[in-house]
Design a protein around this ligand. Structure first.
Ligand SMILES: [Zn+2]
Length: 434
């Protein structure tokens, strides 16, 4: 379908400096065909009046666990290790295939409503997450999160991860990519991590992993392996594939230099790190060293939403606070983390993350007709310090309109809310009774 968006302002995110253009944007099938006046031979099947809106690239949530929406607000205000091993993992045992599907639909609905067009997910029942992605029209890098805990006997989960790759990589019109996801160095022994490295190389896909999230993780790694988690996984060959590591909070200067040298992305998850009291990632140091820094919400169990505008806002603010320097992470840099840097993390930099001719048409329209967008001195600042996820009016992914004028077109919103609530009740009722 050919779509013409006319009368809006366009924040391309294409350069190192902000560029806002007052012009038209045309889409042919799944790609941006032009930014500017329509060529004389262009015929629009649909024209979208974009006046009083800002067009910008769809946001990229580079680390989440979408089905964990069913655990939203289930266990809050707890220390990280009690939260994960004491509360979350026991109830995760009760998640069944349909629950994972309804939970994924719930998060995808929330992400579309708040302007995310691409997300990176690691969890289980990933076939059902992929099904939800395919049906919704969103783009995703998906991976079967693998662990090898005491009592596990074989390599079942890795076999499942490879099967998932074979079944889903490149599917849904190319919107689904499959990566390999060892959950974390503390849930995967060294021999298992090595097997993950080999599998990623064999399949030529990315690695998605949690790295140096808590202080305890780093202390345990130093005493068990004599190395930081980052040096430890590098020694096991993980960084031979493109790797995006969630959190990277407790990283030394040596870790940062290693990440820069190996092209490892740090996915900053400010809300999750604050809520679980794990600290703050040294984002300025990482960026100064040349590390690509993307942004993620982490799972809704520890956030408690998938609204990327909150992460953008926090990334902009926290780093100023902790460095006592208001010039740190200017607004445009915070937006880059949620767009172009996210695309680079996932190996999608030639496809999405900016608005440029030839790239995939993944874009959102922000409704500027709101009190908090007046006056409009600087729209980049407004997107970081004033915008809400609920300001997203229209969402296009892969050239298809997923939400128009606040109406989600690809999902049955009320059915999703009902199914997800029913799944959550059943899972947690069983856990409370057991
Ligand atoms: Zn996570």
């Amino acid at each position: 379908m050919n779509i013409l968006l006319t009368g809006g302002q366009i924040l391309t995110m294409a350069g190192e400096e902000a560029e806002v253009l007052s012009t038209d944007l045309g889409i042919v099938n799944d790609r941006i065909a032009f930014i500017g006046s329509p060529p004389s031979d262009f015929r629009a099947d649909k024209t979208v009046d974009a006046s009083d809106t800002l067009l910008m690239p769809g946001l990229i949530n580079a680390h989440t666990h979408v089905s964990m929406s069913l655990l939203r607000s289930y266990a809050d205000d707890l220390p990280f290790w009690d939260w994960l091993f004491g509360r979350i993992m026991p109830v995760e045992e009760k998640i069944e295939s349909d629950d994972a599907y309804y939970g994924a639909q719930l998060s995808i609905l929330e992400m579309i409503r708040s302007g995310t067009t691409t997300f990176a997910d690691m969890y289980f029942f990933m076939d059902r997450v992929a099904q939800a992605v395919e049906e919704s029209g969103i783009r995703a890098n998906l991976s079967r999160g693998v662990t090898f805990m005491q009592g596990d006997k074989d390599l079942d989960k890795l076999t499942e991860a490879e099967e998932f790759y074979n079944n889903w990589n490149g599917k849904a019109d190319g919107r689904i990519r499959v990566d390999i996801a060892p959950h974390a160095p503390y849930t995967c022994p060294p021999t298992y991590l090595k097997k993950c490295s080999e599998l990623a190389l064999k399949l030529n896909c990315n690695i998605h992993i949690h790295l140096s999230e808590s202080r305890k993780e780093v202390e345990d790694s130093l005493s068990e392996h004599g190395q930081s988690p980052i040096a430890h996984v590098d020694g096991l060959g993980l960084f031979e594939s493109r790797t995006y590591g969630a959190h990277c909070v407790h990283v030394s200067d040596k870790d940062i230099a290693l990440m820069a040298a190996k092209g490892v992305t740090a996915v900053n998850n400010p809300t999750s790190n604050l809520k679980l009291a794990n600290g703050f990632a040294p984002v300025k140091k990482l960026l100064d060293a040349g590390v690509n820094v993307a942004l993620g919400t982490d799972g809704p169990g520890c956030n408690n939403n998938t609204n990327m505008f909150e992460e953008i806002n926090l990334a902009g603010l926290i780093n100023k606070g902790i460095t006592e320097d208001p010039t740190v992470i200017p607004a445009y840099k915070a937006l880059q983390m949620a767009t172009v840097n996210g695309a680079r993390a996932l190996g999608l930099e030639d496809e999405t993350g900016t608005l440029e001719t030839g790239k995939k048409a993944d874009l959102i329209l922000i409704d500027l007709n709101k009190a908090h967008f007046i006056p409009r001195y600087n729209l980049v600042s407004s997107m970081v310090y004033a915008a809400q996820g609920s300001d997203v009016k229209t969402v296009i992914c892969n050239g298809r309109i997923l939400m128009e004028d606040y109406r989600v077109l690809t999902l049955d919103e009320q059915t999703i809310l009902k199914n997800a609530a029913a799944s959550a009740s059943r899972m947690t009722a069983e856990e409370e009774n057991s």
